[in-house]
Design a protein. Structure first.
Length: 433
C-alpha cells in the first residue's frame, strides 16, 4: 500500500485518538488528588499532551545516543499516579517534579546496565508480559464501554449500544474493507460512533468552548523543584518498573516489525525514556512510558512505518499548544472509546499469545511461569485491594497487575532457567579444571 501524506496523517490521527483518553485521564486524576485549580489543571493537561508528542518523537528518532527506532507511542505512566498524589500531598507539588527530574537522570545513567539484562527476557517472559498487559487493560475498556466508572448512566442501554455498535463497525470494516480503509478501521469506528452519539444528543462540546486557543509551555511552571529523599526513591522505583513494562512493548514491536533487538537498541530506548522523564520534570508534566494500546493498533492496521508515529507526535505537540483543538477529542463519548479499546487491547493479548507460541510448552517450568505470572496479573486487576494493607512503598509494586505479573514472570524465569543454567555450568567448569 502506498502511503500518501493524507493517508499518513489519517493513520497518525488514529494513533492520537487511541492514546488521547489515557493521556488526559492521568492529569485529571492527579489534579483532583492534589487539589489543583482549574487554571492549573488546564496547564497540566495541555503540557502533558505536548510532552507525549515530544516523548514519542524522541523514542522513534534513533540516533547514536538514544531512540529505540520502533513505532512506539509514549504517554504518562499510570504507575506514577498514586505516588505522585502521595508526594504532592505530603511534600508539595514542587517535590513531585524534583523527584521526577532525578528519576529521569537515573534512567539515563542506568540505561547501559539495564540493557545488559536482556537474558532475563526470553519469549516466555516477554510473551507473558505482553499478554498480561492486554488482559489487565480489558477492564478499562469494559468500564469505558459502559459509560465510565462511576458515571450516572453506567451500563445503560445507550452506552452499551454505542460501545458495541462501534466495535461492530470496526469488525465490519475488517471483514469487508480493503487496503487503506481497513488500516484506519479504528478511526472510522470512533468517528462513526461519535456522529451517532451527536444525533442522540449526548456529545458535550463544552470542553471546546471553555478551552483557550494558545497555551505556551513554561519551565518549572509550578515553582522551583525541591528534592527530598523519600519521594526521589519512590519515583526511581516507579521509573524502573516502567522500564520493565516498556521492555515487553519493545519486544512485541520488534516482533511485529521483524527487527531483532540487541542490547544496544534497548539501551537507546531506555535512554530516550529517561530523557522524556527529565523533560517531564522540567516542564512540570509526568514520567513517560510506552502505551500498549498503540501496539494493538499497529497490529490491527498492519502499518509499521515510523513516519506515522512522527506524524502523531507532531499532532500531539500542536494539540498541546492549541488546547481548543485538543479539546475536540474530549467530546468522544467514553462508550465509543471503550468499544474501540476492546479491539485494540484484545489485539495486545493476541500478540502476547503469538509470542508465547515460540515457547517450549513441553517444559513444566515454562507452563508454571506463564500460569503464575498471568494469574497474578489478572488476580491483582480483579481484586486490587488484596495488597492494600501493605506499606505504601511496597504498594508501588503491587497496585498494578501489569507490574506484579511482569515481576512474577521475571523472577520465576530466574529461578527455573537462569539459576538452573548456572548450576549446570559450575559442575562442568570443575570437570574441565
Amino acid at each position: 500500500m502506498k502511503l500518501t501524506k493524507g493517508r499518513i496523517a489519517s493513520l497518525g490521527f488514529q494513533h492520537v485518538l487511541a492514546m488521547y483518553a489515557g493521556a488526559v485521564v492521568v492529569p485529571l486524576i492527579v489534579g483532583a488528588g492534589i487539589g489543583l485549580t482549574n487554571e492549573q489543571l488546564t496547564y497540566l493537561i495541555s503540557i502533558d499532551i505536548l510532552m507525549c508528542g515530544i516523548a514519542s518523537i524522541l523514542q522513534v528518532w534513533k540516533n547514536r545516543f538514544s531512540g529505540i527506532g520502533l513505532p512506539v507511542v509514549l504517554g504518562c505512566t499510570f504507575t506514577a499516579v498514586g505516588p505522585i498524589i502521595a508526594i504532592g500531598n505530603e511534600y508539595g507539588i514542587t517535590s513531585i517534579y524534583g523527584s521526577i527530574l532525578v528519576s529521569g537522570l537515573v534512567v539515563v545513567l542506568i540505561a547501559k546496565f539495564f540493557s545488559k539484562l536482556i537474558k532475563f527476557f526470553p519469549p516466555v517472559v516477554t510473551g507473558s508480559v505482553v499478554t498480561i498487559i492486554g488482559i489487565t487493560l480489558i477492564p478499562v475498556a469494559m468500564n469505558d464501554l459502559a459509560g465510565g466508572e462511576g458515571s450516572a448512566d453506567f451500563g445503560s442501554l445507550t452506552n452499551l449500544a454505542l460501545g458495541f455498535g462501534t466495535l461492530l463497525i470496526i469488525l465490519l470494516i475488517f471483514r469487508f474493507g480493503k487496503g487503506f480503509i481497513q488500516s484506519i478501521a479504528i478511526l472510522i469506528g470512533i468517528l462513526a460512533g461519535t456522529i451517532v452519539a451527536y444525533f442522540m444528543g449526548i456529545v458535550d462540546f463544552s470542553p471546546v468552548a471553555e478551552s483557550s486557543w494558545l497555551h505556551l509551555p513554561t519551565p518549572f511552571h509550578f515553582g522551583t523543584p525541591e528534592f527530598h529523599l523519600t519521594p526521589i526513591l519512590t519515583m526511581i522505583l516507579v521509573a524502573i518498573v516502567s522500564l520493565v513494562e516498556s521492555t515487553g512493548v519493545y519486544f512485541a514491536l520488534s516482533d511485529i516489525c521483524d527487527k531483532k533487538l540487541e542490547d544496544k537498541d534497548l539501551e537507546k530506548g531506555y535512554r530516550a525514556e529517561g530523557l522524556a522523564i527529565i523533560f517531564g520534570g522540567i516542564f512540570n508534566s509526568f514520567p513517560y512510558t510506552t502505551f500498549s494500546q498503540n501496539v494493538g493498533l499497529i497490529q490491527l492496521s498492519g502499518i509499521r512505518t515510523n513516519n506515522v508515529i512522527y506524524t502523531a507526535g507532531v499532532m500531539l505537540v500542536l494539540l498541546g499548544l492549541v488546547p481548543k483543538i485538543g479539546a475536540l477529542t474530549l467530546v468522544i463519548p467514553k462508550a465509543v472509546l471503550g468499544g474501540a479499546m476492546i479491539a485494540m487491547f484484545g489485539m495486545v493479548i493476541s500478540y502476547g499469545i503469538k509470542m508465547l507460541s515460540k515457547v517450549d510448552f513441553s517444559s513444566q517450568e515454562n507452563l508454571l511461569i506463564v500460569a503464575c505470572s498471568v494469574g497474578m496479573g489478572l488476580g491483582v486487576t480483579v481484586v486490587p485491594e488484596i495488597f492494600a494493607k501493605l506499606p505504601q512503598s511496597i504498594n508501588i509494586l503491587t497496585d498494578s497487575g501489569i507490574v506484579i505479573g511482569s515481576l512474577t514472570a521475571i523472577c520465576l524465569n530466574i529461578v527455573f532457567h537462569i539459576r538452573k543454567q548456572e548450576q549446570v555450568t559450575i559442575p562442568e567448569a570443575k570437570k574441565t579444571a
